[in-house]
Ligand binder design. Structure first.
Ligand SMILES: Cc1cc2nc3c(=O)[nH]c(=O)nc-3n(C[C@H](O)[C@H](O)[C@H](O)COP(=O)(O)OP(=O)(O)OC[C@H]3O[C@@H](n4cnc5c(N)ncnc54)[C@H](O)[C@@H]3O)c2cc1C
Length: 304
């Protein structure tokens, strides 16, 4: 019996999902539809990797065949990396199986044929706990579990019959202006406390000293247009899970902080000691960013 089956079109996220399964001591298999991904996935610590060879360029076309295998193999949990493609596939597989599904869970436990999950509701103001009987499908965003690496698994190939009613006509690269923050290990986040566009050079210097990506609040992206919209963090922006989230002139309103919940360490610089961000920060510096940021950047550069 394959207790936990994993799919992610991002191999690094598949390795994190294996981390979850291993933490709970479940037997775990990874499925993929791509020979290129399969060669990366064999190093992710699963009991085996199964390449489902279906001769379709669209992973979603394999949903029905995959649901059939999940049924045949007696899989309890199909855990899918929460990427746009993963979410699409997960919903289709759950539909074909006629089973329960939970999207973008923050916690998941499989015990005695029952799956319990937690996910944030109402902009993170509440945690919703749910229980499912198996089989069940969940999507899990990155940053929830420690990735497993360097443990090789055998690769098996199974030929499947995809649903060919939809076929690919043409591929065009998506023009994305901003950086992908979802897997960034360090983020320096800029808020409306930075008063002039040219002062962004201070933030860029700090980010370079930390080898960090730049994130921001909504106003910086949408009102001022100083940072691409893909890089604003929060309920209507992206959720991030870096090791370090260093905010500069960010007040810490709930709509922003929802996107930062999974940061391991939050450091805040703000001149207002009553700013809500200090309630959530692990370390806070109360001071004028125009004095603090250059000192911090110099100290970081010197310490290298
Ligand atoms: C439906 C809805 C959805 C939203 N979604 C999002 C979202 O996804 N993401 C998001 O970010 N926001 C979102 N918002 C907006 C959110 O409510 C806040 O308004 C926003 O996050 C505040 O951004 P800020 O911290 O940059 O600005 P402010 O709240 O104005 O804070 C600026 C901070 O800078 C400090 N400061 C000023 N000058 C200095 C200085 N010289 N040195 C040091 N500190 C200084 C101030 O003390 C203050 O704390 C949403 C709002 C709504 C209503």
């Amino acid at each position: 019996m394959n207790e936990v089956l994993i799919y992610s079109d991002k191999p690094s996220l598949a390795a994190e999902l294996v981390g979850f399964a291993r933490e709970e001591e479940h037997d775990v298999t990874i499925v993929t539809f791509s020979p290129e991904e399969a060669s990366e996935l064999v190093g992710c610590g699963a009991s085996k990797v199964v390449l489902l060879d279906g001769d379709s360029d669209i992973p979603e076309n394999n949903a029905r065949a995959l649901a059939g295998l999940i049924d045949e193999w007696g899989v309890s949990l199909f855990a899918v990396g929460a990427t746009p493609r993963g979410r699409d596939l997960a919903a289709r597989v759950a539909g074909y199986l006629g089973c329960g599904m939970a999207s973008d869970v923050s916690a998941v436990h499989l015990l005695d044929g029952k799956l319990s999950t937690e996910r944030l509701m109402y902009g993170g103001a509440m945690v919703r706990s749910e229980e499912f009987s198996t089989p069940v499908v969940v999507t899990i965003p990155s940053g929830r579990f420690e990735a497993v690496r360097g443990v090789d698994s055998p690769l098996e190939t199974i030929v499947i019959q995809p649903d060919m009613r939809v076929h690919l006509v043409e591929r065009e690269p998506l023009s994305q202006e901003g950086a992908d923050l979802s897997c960034a290990p360090r983020i320096v986040s800029v808020g409306m406390g930075v008063s002039k566009r040219e002062d962004m050079a201070l933030i860029e210097g700090l980010a370079a000293a930390l080898d960090a990506r730049i994130g921001c609040t909504r106003g910086i992206a949408e009102e001022r247009g100083w940072v691409p919209a893909e890089q604003y963090v929060g309920i209507s922006g992206v959720s991030v899970a870096p090791d370090l989230y260093l905010s500069v002139g960010v007040s810490g309103q709930v709509q922003h902080m929802v996107g930062v919940r999974d940061a391991k360490v939050i450091v805040a610089i703000d001149k207002n000691e009553k700013a809500p961000i200090f309630r959530e920060a692990d370390f806070g510096i109360v001071g004028d960013l125009y004095a603090v940021v250059p000192l911090l950047t110099d100290a970081l550069v010197t310490a290298r």
